[in-house]
Design a protein around this ligand. Structure first.
Ligand SMILES: [Zn+2]
Ligand SMILES: [Zn+2]
Length: 328
């Protein structure tokens, strides 16, 4: 499907600034008309050009006419997302932000913040499984407190032994695991946290103006990642209630999952695929919170110029290069 403007026939997209459907061609709001398409999904319904549709593509920009096409069969039926966090940051907003954050980065190549390069950024809806769990945690252990005192020549030791028993019900909501092979898991973990109170029921309109993917693997396949996070948190919560003892011997512990639910959600990420000297420096910007995760490229020409006078700074910068940068 595509969303076409009733007034001018242009492609209507979802605008994060205006929080609604917007036609950039005639500057009107709410003028969209959904046009469903049948037939070959590789053909642009607007201009007939061949569109780069991959195995999991659910929304894509036509490289010839710039219309954003949403592939019906990949957002409908069993592929319908339950929830979506719409983009809160537009391309222009992210461009401005990148320039502010990296304005003082003297080692970045000159075109890193150029208009042409920054315009290649694409907003992507990344498929996620969101897991809810009701769990019951039980714990048994033995705690000891030792008190030592002296009276005259004699030293007394008093050891008190306590039975520790905990029985806790904990509810976990929306533990995320990304279901996209293309998105590196460690990057997506750093993109967190999303604010899940802004999740909305899915509507295809939100995809207009962005790229999208349907889930690459079923919820059961990647559930281990969410369960791992849940168990870690449950453990921590449990342990945080056991304090005040000199020593603790653990006897038994169980985490039992009761009710559980999984929802299919789409979360917004801007991707800036910057290349420098045949090296990739992908940048990822959380489309809801604008948290930036990426590597900073270094231009050797610039390093040479500044190297003589700013050696200390240079060393620090170079060390940083090999780490993943997170800007908030
Ligand atoms: Zn229009
Ligand atoms: Zn086209």
């Amino acid at each position: 499907m595509i969303f076409q403007c009733k007034n001018c026939g242009g492609n209507v997209i979802y605008s994060p600034e205006k929080k609604g459907m917007y036609c950039p061609y005639c500057d009107s709001m709410g003028s969209e008309q959904r046009k469903d398409t049948q037939g070959d999904i590789h053909i642009c319904p607007n201009c007939g050009g061949e569109v780069p549709v991959e195995e999991y593509t659910s929304a894509v920009r036509c490289p010839y006419c710039d219309n954003y096409i949403i592939l019906n069969e990949r957002v409908e039926g069993e592929n319908t997302p339950d929830l979506v966090i719409p983009f809160q940051y537009s391309r222009d907003m992210v461009k401005k932000l990148m320039r502010e954050k990296f304005a003082k980065s003297i080692f970045a190549p000159t075109d890193f913040l150029s208009e042409a390069r920054l315009n290649t950024m694409e907003g992507n809806y990344v498929p996620f499984w969101l897991y809810d769990y009701q769990v019951n945690c039980q714990y048994r252990g033995e705690g000891r407190k030792v008190r030592v005192w002296t009276n005259g020549e004699t030293e007394y030791t008093e050891t008190s032994v306590y039975d520790i028993y905990r029985d806790m019900d904990i509810g976990f909501e929306k533990i995320p695991a990304d279901a996209s092979v293309r998105m590196p898991d460690e990057v997506m973990d750093l993109m967190e946290p999303y604010r899940y109170d802004q999740l909305q029921p899915f509507r295809p309109e939100f995809l207009s103006g962005f790229q999208g993917e349907k889930y690459n693997m079923p919820a059961e396949q990647i559930e281990g990642r969410a369960k791992g996070k849940m168990e870690e948190d449950a453990n921590q919560l449990l342990r945080s209630t056991i304090t005040g003892y000199g020593s603790v011997i653990n006897q038994s512990q169980s985490i039992r999952v009761g009710e559980q639910k999984v929802s299919y959600g789409l979360l917004p990420v801007w991707v800036y695929s910057y290349q420098y000297k045949k090296q990739d420096y992908p940048f990822y910007i959380n489309g809801q919170t604008a948290k930036i995760v990426g590597k900073v490229p270094v231009s050797t020409a610039k390093v040479w110029v500044y190297g003589a006078t700013l050696w200390a700074v240079l060393t620090a910068m170079l060390t940083m290069l090999y780490a993943i940068l997170v800007l908030w």
